[in-house]
Design a binder for this molecule. Sequence first.
Ligand code: ADP
Ligand code: GLC
Length: 472
Amino acid sequence: MEIVHVAAECYPVAKAGGLGDVVGALPKYQAELGHVAKVVMPMYRTKFLYTNEWELVHEGGQQMGSHFFHYSVIKEKTNKLGFDLYLVDINGLLDREKIYGYDDDTERFMAFQIAVCDWISKWTHQPDVIHCHDHHTGFIPFMVKYCFAFSKLAGIPTVFTIHNAQYQGWISWDKYYYLPAYDSYKWGLLDWNNMINPLASAVKCAWKVTTVSNSYLEEMRYAANGLENLFEYERGKSLGILNGIDTQVWNPETDNMIVKNYDKELVEKGKMRNKKELAGQFGLDPDKPLITFIGRLVGEKAADLLPEAISQSIYQHHGHANFLILGSGDPELEDRLDQMKHQFKGYYNSYIGYNEQLSHLMYAGSDFLLMPSRVEPCGLNQMYALRYGTIPMVRTVGGLKDTITDFGDWQGFGIRFNEASVWDITYSVGRAIDLYNNKPDLYSWMRSHMMTIDHSWDGAAQQYINLYQSLK
Ligand code: ADP
Ligand code: GLC
């Protein structure tokens, strides 16, 4: 099959979170299964762009409202990532350092989607499926069906994967003219609550809708940032496919971003060596359990609870655990988490910012990884933690619920709690300290057991193929 993935992120080209990891891995595994997998994404000014070789494959131009833009499509020459990678360059709009966060993100991603449809409509053949990811690509299922300029594409099946329904890309109706001319009877397919809503539109127009775990699919029917009824209505064409992880990138035996490689047999020594490195860098005590958090500092991740939960845990458990945070997001929270370093010197530290290498070292060198998320469609961190022998401490929600069991249950290998609250986190920290200090056999069994759990993409990549095949 020929599959075209369209997304705003793809690791290692550009990544802001788990979307990048998924789009960097799924096509590779689909290619390994013998399919032609392509990724089309915006051309940002990232290191990957400047350190690789490209060929020009197409140049075109299109109208976005009254604005005419030129675009070009370049292809990475060597198939370095294991799939065909195409970048869409639109001067002045896409070629920036960051992926998101600009005032004109609406225009940027609208132009990107128009360019993608225009380019594919110039192909001499048609792909078997166009697979769009999240709201930045959410107009494509509508555009291929109803925009006159792309009528040639109307028969191509579209699949839309929701990685996160919190962000929907709302646009006010006074920008309706950005979309290329379409059958105006269909305007309702763009609308949700009097706004143009690309996520809602994709759910209405795509042939199939997937989310990244089964639990999240269920949860969206009663908590989807205003789209609950839509998910209930479209339940019949929706399904959950749990993400995998790229076991070539995330492998403690070969990872060159950590200081000591290890496998299941050498896990104790290997982790200790990495922990000592972290403890040295951040002024922590390697003999105490190290509990870390890695992620976006936003409400969904319940990162706002961290300052209070960490202070309470340090007081209530008499400093018997150390904490380390890696994250960026809400500026006020960044400041608080940064300031706390001085108050809890020797017990707590943080790195505010994005640091891929440090994240690997933290998965390897931590004893526990905390994820108190309010919303977690899938979550990849907990799966990386399992692979690196780090015990996940997770709130029972979304993909966390589908991947982690509690050590109090039969053969459980993690720590679960029900509420995103300071109390639940502090209590769980107590359980972690007790496990670390007083239950060495159980702790060591959990570690080696979790490292054997297979969360590779093999199964999920095939599930997507089966889904595409069902659309033929
Ligand atoms: P989300 O996509 O909602 O942010 P996921 O758990 O799916 O959550 O994936 C997060 C990804 O981003 C993981 O690869 C994680 O290691 C990475 N990550 C998040 N924040 C940072 C950071 N500050 N520095 C480095 N990596 C980060
Ligand atoms: C989103 C979700 C996260 C998921 C990731 C990849 O960003 O917040 O839970 O793992 O996408 O699908």
